[in-house]
Design a protein around this ligand. Structure first.
Ligand SMILES: Cc1cc2nc3c(=O)[nH]c(=O)nc-3n(C[C@H](O)[C@H](O)[C@H](O)COP(=O)(O)OP(=O)(O)OC[C@H]3O[C@@H](n4cnc5c(N)ncnc54)[C@H](O)[C@@H]3O)c2cc1C
Length: 585
């Protein structure tokens, strides 16, 4: 199989250099997956953009491979999912091993009734290639310029000007808005002098793509301390073209120069693939960090994707999070440019996607800490959890090998009531898909305001498309009976289980367009939350800085306090069962 052809992307001199340019409403810096998606989404809303990128190739080497259901739903709305599905490897099951023993498996989409799968694996270069082809189909609205490096940015209240260096000279490009999608080392961010704060992880990881004929099923496989790579973690993913992604944790002291050498890499891979013949396609040694900008909106400059936030890849939240950024942004920016909404609507992008970035950062930081315990107490908890989980299935969900990308619910920002039987969805929730006739609900919702009427007539509201469906089947289960106002990014804007008048619906739509109803929360602390991972993180935090003796005493106190709190639920037999697991230690 021929390896991917990174053939150069075409370049032509910019019209600004010959004085024939016309000003586009939006300039997008960066033609990675996020910048390209932004351009396509804006074009679908009728807004033209110029996309400038310093390279002349799609993404080279081992980068994103796992694309989540929500991202695929967005790509489908933009008319580019079919190719991705046809080429990608569909999967939904993850398997977790401790040593060589399987301890746990999970199914990321156990229910039927969704057009898109839980995940596909597809190399980032294919994703970018397909997005570029789609952008070219919308060519009259998207001006793609490669070999064009942005070197400076200036903005006024009315617009932005970027300085672009190209092979034929340097020129200035003006626009009303700038969407900065120029990646983790963002020039735009640096030129605006914005801090990018967060946590760096010390561990290094060997990330290898190898070509190999093998019969591994289409699943995610993750090992803690496998015999083929003692004391560390390993991850295996299948990709198209008989390529497998192998991630091997190397520890904090690994020397990247040495670890990249073929004579060091090959024996490691040979062990991981149990002696099967393979060829190395690409090898990198990475370390990761979680960081974000304090705000994503800076006047007329709007940050998205890795330029706004970065995470470690365990959870596949980087690229997926970035695509969801521009899904949130494009319709708002289009409405503001068309004069249909005030700039306050753009502020909701900041509140909503900062909230989503925090969710991604919390999850990805916890996964990385679980893989790389930072001290003796954290390692003890990790190792004992892995040991006890083979005896107690209830402990298994605490094992954290990466909490995989899920769509962010914006519901906490709307302060809505918890979902109930009458209205299973809250304002802010992403719309779930469901079969609809011969097709699918999300395809029918499209990219505008829709009033979904389940089992009742939809009032006629200007600027809102009605969609009436009967109150039976999967749609009724997932949405309940009533009216649901859906935003152009397929998030729920409002729910009326008893129905609502045209005036009420129109007022709700106006509130969304005017940026009312969303309350920015204070930034979330890293260990905030109610779920099991948050409790586990709190447990580790309690042990930070304690001596071994104090740590053991704290554990005794915790056990006693929990026994007291649980009362008769902790039986003598239950205690003896945990004690018995020590015999296998
Ligand atoms: C090993 C690894 C595995 C990963 N796996 C996953 C995964 O499975 N799933 C997932 O969702 N994410 C994953 N990620 C993260 C994912 O690759 C990134 O989040 C994603 O590439 C971000 O896209 P972006 O468009 O924001 O930025 P980028 O992809 O970095 O694109 C930025 C673009 O801007 C251009 N640019 C930069 N500076 C300038 C400038 N001054 N002027 C003009 N152009 C400029 C660059 O050339 C580039 O084309 C992984 C990352 C790594 C490293």
């Amino acid at each position: 199989m021929a390896r991917y052809d990174y053939g150069p992307l075409p370049y032509r001199p910019a019209p600004e250099l010959s004085g024939t340019a016309s000003r586009a409403p939006v300039v997008i810096v960066g033609a990675g997956p996020v910048g390209l998606t932004a351009a396509i989404d804006l074009a679908r809303h009728g807004i033209a953009s110029v996309v400038v990128d310093d390279g002349d190739k799609v993404s080279v080497g081992s980068r994103a491979i796992c694309w989540a259901k929500r991202t695929l739903e967005i790509f489908d709305r933009l008319g580019v999912a079919d190719r991705m599905l046809a080429k990608g490897i569909t999967w939904k099951v993850g398997r977790l091993f401790h040593g060589d023993r399987e301890v746990y498996s999970f199914d990321l989409l156990p229910e039927a009734g969704h057009k898109m799968p839980a995940f596909i694996n597809l190399q980032q270069y294919y994703v970018e290639e397909y997005l570029i082809d789609r952008a070219r189909e919308l060519g009259n609205l998207i001006d793609l310029r490669f070999r064009s490096r942005v070197t400076d940015v200036a903005q006024t209240e009315a617009g932005v000007t970027v300085t672009v260096a190209s092979p034929d000279g340097t020129y200035e490009l003006g626009a009303a808005w700038l969407v900065a999608c120029d990646g983790s080392h963002s020039t735009v961010r640096r030129r605006l002098g914005l801090a990018f704060e967060g946590t760096a992880f010390e561990d290094r990881f060997l990330i290898a793509d190898v070509e190999m004929k093998a019969d591994f099923p289409s699943e995610r496989r993750f090992w803690f301390e496998p015999t083929f790579h003692p004391g560390e973690t390993a991850l295996l993913h299948k990709q198209p073209d008989d390529i497998y992604r192998i991630d091997l944790q190397l520890g904090p002291d690994a020397d990247p120069e040495v670890e990249r050498r073929p004579d060091v890499v090959r024996p490691r891979i040979e062990k991981a693939v149990a002696g099967r013949p393979f060829e190395i396609d690409w090898v990198s040694v990475y370390s990761f960090r979680c960081a974000r900008l304090a705000r994503f909106v800076h006047g007329r400059v709007l940050f998205a994707g890795d330029a706004a936030h970065v995470v470690s890849p365990f959870g596949a939240r980087g690229g997926n999070g970035g695509i969801q950024d521009v899904d949130n942004l494009a319709w708002k920016l289009a409405a503001v440019i068309r004069g249909e909404a005030p700039p306050a609507l753009i502020e909701t992008y900041d509140a909503e996607r900062v909230h989503a970035a925090d969710e991604n950062i919390v999850n990805s930081a916890r996964s990385t800490n679980f893989m790389s315990p930072r001290n003796k107490a954290e390692r003890m908890f990790r190792d004992e959890l892995l040991a006890v989980s083979s005896h107690f299935p209830a402990a298994r969900p605490l094992i954290n090998s990466g909490r995989l990308s899920r769509p962010a619910s914006l519901a906490p920002l709307f302060g809505g009531a918890p979902p109930g039987a009458a209205a299973p969805l809250r304002p802010g929730d992403p719309c779930p898909d469901a079969p609809l006739g011969e097709g699918w609900l999300l395809s029918a919702l499209g990219g505008g305001f829709v009033l979904l009427a389940v089992g009742m007539p939809a009032p006629v509201v200007e600027g809102v498309t009605p969609l009436e469906v009967s109150a039976c089947g999967t749609i009724a289960e997932r949405y309940g009976r009533g009216l649901v106002l859906v935003r152009p990014d397929q998030h729920v804007a409002a729910v009326w289980p008893e129905g609502a008048s045209a005036e009420t619906v129109a007022a709700a739509r106006d509130a969304v367009m005017e940026g009312r109803g969303v309350h920015a929360l204070p930034p979330r602390a890293l260990e905030d939350g109610e779920d099991a991972d948050a409790r586990y993180a709190t447990l580790l935090k309690l042990h930070r800085g304690l001596s071994e003796e104090a740590s053991a005493a704290l554990n005794a106190r915790l056990v006693l306090a929990m026994m007291a709190a649980a009362g008769p639920a902790v039986t003598k037999e239950a205690l003896e069962a945990v004690g018995a697991t020590m015999e296998t230690r």
